[in-house]
Design a protein around this ligand. Sequence first.
Ligand SMILES: NC(=O)c1ccc[n+]([C@@H]2O[C@H](COP(=O)([O-])OP(=O)(O)OC[C@H]3O[C@@H](n4cnc5c(N)ncnc54)[C@H](O)[C@@H]3O)[C@@H](O)[C@H]2O)c1
Ligand SMILES: O=C(O)[C@H](O)CO
Length: 383
Amino acid sequence: MAKPVQIEVWNPNGKYRVISTKSMPGTRWINLLIEQDCRLEICTEKKTILSVEDILALIGDRCDGVIGQLTEDWGETLFSALSRAGGKAFSNMAVGYNNVDVEAANKYGVAVGNTPGVLTETTAELAASLSLAAARRIVEADEFMRAGKYEGWLPHLFVGNLLKGQTVGVIGAGRIGSAYARMMIEGFKMNLIYYDLYQATRLEKFVTAYGQFLKASGEQPVTWKRAASMEEVLREADVISLHPILDKHVPPCNKERLHDERAILVNCSRGPVVDEVALVEHLRENPMFRVGLDVFEDEPYMKPGLADMKNAVVVPHIASASKWTREGLATLAALNVLGKIKGYSVWGNPNSVDAFLNGSSQPPAACPSIVNSKTLGLPVSKL
Ligand SMILES: NC(=O)c1ccc[n+]([C@@H]2O[C@H](COP(=O)([O-])OP(=O)(O)OC[C@H]3O[C@@H](n4cnc5c(N)ncnc54)[C@H](O)[C@@H]3O)[C@@H](O)[C@H]2O)c1
Ligand SMILES: O=C(O)[C@H](O)CO
């Protein structure tokens, strides 16, 4: 039998039993649930990653919906247990849902929510920060200062890369990839090369218009190019940022694809998009090649050798970690679950979720984003 897990209970007499596998930032999400007659149980176990057994124990015999985390393995076992307990709703507190077996959820008729839009700019800003940190060797220089090694200005000290006029490459030019591209183009006047399965028309139009503006101001215009392959981006760009979803069709940046000696590679998508063993070898052989990593292949671990690489900047999956965004993620995840429990329809445009995030008004009576809504035949909101 599964071991009981520690919980904190809100609104004990609520009609619907909703579980959150973690405490989440802010209180709005809690209030929204309890105002709508939910008994909310928040798991307070100290361990960071809950096992399937822990979550089974949380679900128990009766559960209407669960808010879960990207560190959890949501597959056949959990969806069948949730369905047996009467549950019809699950939401990740994340836009990426590669930890969720959506087919298993479909089989049990469980709606799967995610949280797009609210983290676009926050995540893009971290990718931009990592690009700058890597280009200008900020972490190395910071360590040098703290170690008391600075003896005075020197012509060769921590020389890095100028971004202006260079080419930024984006693989996966969706919400976050496009926001990042705009920051780098507008902020640093970089040219763009991107690869995506779909044409990023709005991004292309933005670069064209900005290029015309620069030209009219007597400056060198920026340009864009849609690449035919990921390899083309890796070959031609000076700074490459990875923003695709993680699925079996995304080829990893591996030994064959990593050949540039001086480029900068940033990964704020998911760890397995990069073959980390090949990356460590490439970093070792090419000291002028630099990376900025927010995510890792075997998270929370790094592959051997990565931590020793001076040409790597590494941070612990914090790309969406701004207060506004994390509170918004919690709100969207809670509203996905609440909306399904209450029988609401699904919001028509998951790219535009502001209406759910305004703390001073009631959110629309809809689920902000359900990824399997079509398969489950859920109605689309007319709001
Ligand atoms: N590090 C973090 O904290 C963090 C934060 C937010 C999102 N993410 C990750 O970023 C991903 C992207 O988020 P988003 O909101 O921009 O999603 P999105 O759906 O708007 O963008 C993803 C893009 O990837 C493209 N794509 C899909 N398969 C591809 C392939 N094989 N090759 C090239 N492009 C492909 C899609 O066409 C789409 O344009 C999420 O799925 C998540 O895994 C990470
Ligand atoms: O996919 C996501 O949303 C991130 O990885 C967590 O913010």
